[in-house]
Design a protein around this ligand. Structure first.
Ligand code: ZN
Length: 326
């Protein structure tokens, strides 16, 4: 009987659908580029990502409404100058490029309530036509932003740290574009082709992390309390936003925006990973503090490159060089 056959088929479909949830084969994930899973929809699957009034989410816009705190001096970056033994792991997790660093580095001082062990660093970026930092300065984005994630050493694991409003300390660096290759970032960017697809990993020989940072400007920063910028968006982060950007070359930037995919290698449809930043959130009653040495730079005083303009200028330079045989 056709009707009973359709009925049996429907029951089978319902059972299969339910089994997907029971067995966990249907995993909840998030994304940046599709409306059903983009940052505005994260709250559907991750309730703690709902930006409820007066909750302290990140990222935020940085402007001149800051309070100077003379006690905020440069943080102690222990182990950042050393070459550590063992191996680090570079990974494409489908949302970012993550460098998992081993033991041996920690941050403290600068108003942090304790010592925080360095766990990993990762990046947020735009596309060939868009800037992609998460935080903004006077509403302007930088091309990229790097987050160095540190966990309070008194916590045994990340789950425990996320329940503590000061469980994590993230050091955030804007990344600007320049025509000269950054050899320190080269240790990461040259491995990007081998982790192009989600789930791929590469081994990295440890190097002094300080090379990635604007070393002579580390006492200039802003401080506020906020959240993870990815699900579960836990309000557990003390943010240290450095005001002087570090830099990479245009070609290194291009490797991020065109060479990394949010999909696995064997998927039928591949998708570039780009614009992996969460939208700006209100500060509400929060204070943003400027460190003792912060200059309170403005976006206009601090030139922001457009990646598209930068790449155009690079191509123009190369073309002129070819024409004149340089
Ligand atoms: Zn991040």
């Amino acid at each position: 009987m056709p009707c009973s056959f359709i009925g049996a088929e429907m029951i089978l479909a319902i059972i299969t659908f339910l089994m997907m949830f029971i067995t966990g084969s249907h995993t909840v994930d998030f994304c940046y580029d599709e409306s059903h899973c983009d940052p505005y929809a994260w709250g559907d699957a991750f309730p703690s990502c709902h930006p409820i009034l007066e909750e302290h989410h990140s990222p935020i816009n940085l402007d001149h409404h800051m309070t100077r705190n003379e006690s905020l001096e440069a943080l102690h970056l222990d182990g950042f100058h050393a070459v550590h033994t063992g191996h680090w792991k570079l990974k494409n997790n489908g949302h970012s490029v993550v460098l998992e660093v081993g033991n041996g580095m920690s941050v403290s001082g600068g108003g942090l309530p304790g010592t925080y062990h360095t766990v990993q660093l990762h990046f947020h970026w735009g596309s060939l036509n868009t800037n992609g930092s998460e935080h903004t300065v006077d509403r302007h984005r930088y091309p990229m932003e790097m987050h160095i994630v540190n966990m309070k050493s008194s916590h045994p694991n990340l789950t425990s740290a996320l329940d503590d409003p000061t469980g994590l300390a993230v050091l955030a660096f804007f990344i600007d574009l320049y025509y000269i290759e950054n050899v320190h970032f080269g240790r990461i960017s040259r491995l990007l082709p081998s982790i192009a697809y989600k789930g791929q990993t590469a081994t990295v020989k440890p190097f002094p992390l300080i090379g990635l940072l604007p070393e002579s400007h580390l006492s200039q920063y802003y401080r506020y309390h906020g959240s993870l910028t990815t699900p579960p968006c836990s309000q557990a982060v003390i943010w240290t936003m450095y005001e002087v950007p570090t830099y990479i070359s245009w070609s290194q930037f291009e490797q991020f925006v065109t060479g990394i995919f949010s999909t696995e290698e064997d998927e039928e449809f591949v998708a570039h990973l780009h614009d992996n930043f969460r939208h700006i959130h209100p500060t509400f009653s929060r204070s943003v503090y400027a460190s003792k040495d912060a200059k309170l730079l403005t976006a206009t005083a601090n030139h922001l490159y457009s990646p598209a303009l930068s790449i155009f200028l690079l191509q123009l330079t190369l073309t002129v060089g070819i024409i004149y045989g340089l």
